[in-house]
Design a protein. Structure first.
Length: 319
């Protein structure tokens, strides 16, 4: 069994990097959407949804312009929710387990850190899309390097678990902000207003799902179909069901290599959630926010039992 501190660092390195990539994509999509929205109530509502989706409620500096706010979310090292803070957290955790990861992995995460650390803010103001694209591609490259250069042993599986647990929670936050039970009724309205249509496109692009969704359904976007796709699709790598499936696969692999019982509370919780997402349908959801809140609680419970089992376990249980 790996040392608990090693497991902890690999797990959080992966979560911070997934959080970084998600934040960069949300900011990039927001900027593109703002090109078609005039200053006013709609623009402010869009900004509020962005901040709410990033769990930012009362930490925003007062009297701040939209550009300064995006700069604060990108470059402010004192802001724990900024991109630079998340990359720093990922790099620090990688540094603590330098001997467990490949040299190519360390080079890539260090390169990403130095890139944003040395980024010229004036250049970013002229073309912010380039920076967010570089951040996303850097995170994708790290994931690919990890899969290609690291032994697929316990450490790799804890990286997988960190990635998919973080991805699932980010998706649930996004869906909670953009949809409710009332909005799902829009499926009956075949002609969705233009501003709502662009919002739906932005929501899908916030999880890189627009093209994948159109291949399963069609470009005639309907809220109920979007929610169904992002919650229950078993093939799309950013859907909730896919994330839970991959988490359980890694949990089972770790159990096999450590000879742990798959009948423990951790595995029962994860298996119960996987069964729920495998057999539920969108028509079974009576109240969307309550449904997603229950799932979010279950994922937090899986995270907690994962910690109790592999990271903060007592000496007595280890012996």
């Amino acid at each position: 069994m790996m040392l608990s501190r090693v497991v902890d660092s690999l797990y959080w390195m992966s979560r911070y990097l997934e959080r970084t990539e998600h934040t960069a994509r949300m900011l990039d999509v927001h900027l593109n959407l703002m090109l078609d929205i005039e200053p006013g109530i709609l623009r402010q509502q869009r900004m509020n949804r962005l901040l709410e989706g990033m769990l930012i409620t009362d930490d925003v500096p007062e009297d701040i312009t939209e550009v300064d706010l995006l700069e604060w979310l990108t470059f402010d090292a004192q802001n724990p929710l900024s991109i630079i803070s998340k990359i720093t957290g990922a790099r620090e955790n990688a540094r603590q387990v330098r001997e467990q990861i490949s040299s190519e992995m360390w080079t890539q995460i260090n390169k990403l850190y130095l890139y944003i650390k040395n980024c010229d803010i004036n250049e970013w103001r002229e073309s912010p899309h380039d920076l967010y694209l570089e951040i996303k591609e850097g995170a994708h490259l790290f994931q690919g390097i990890t899969d290609a250069t690291m032994n697929h042993n316990q450490g790799w599986h804890f990286i997988q678990m960190g990635r998919y647990i973080e991805r699932a929670l980010s998706l649930l936050r996004l869906l909670t902000v953009h949809f409710n039970q009332t909005s799902l009724g829009d499926d009956a309205q075949r002609n969705i207003p233009t501003n709502i249509y662009f919002e739906l496109v932005a929501t899908l692009k916030s999880v890189s799902a627009f093209e994948a969704y159109c291949k399963v359904y069609n470009p005639n976007l309907q809220p109920v179909r979007i929610v169904e796709f992002l919650l229950f699709n078993e093939h799309f790598p950013r859907s909730l069901r896919f994330c839970v499936d991959q988490t359980l696969i890694s949990l089972h692999s770790v159990a096999d290599t450590t000879m742990r019982s798959k009948n423990s509370r951790l595995y029962r919780n994860a298996g119960r959630l996987q069964s729920k997402l495998s057999y539920d349908e969108i028509m079974d959801v009576d109240e969307l926010h309550d449904y997603m809140g229950t799932i979010k609680d279950q994922i937090f419970h899986i995270h907690g039992t994962l910690y109790d089992t592999f990271i903060t376990y007592s000496i007595e249980s280890a012996l």
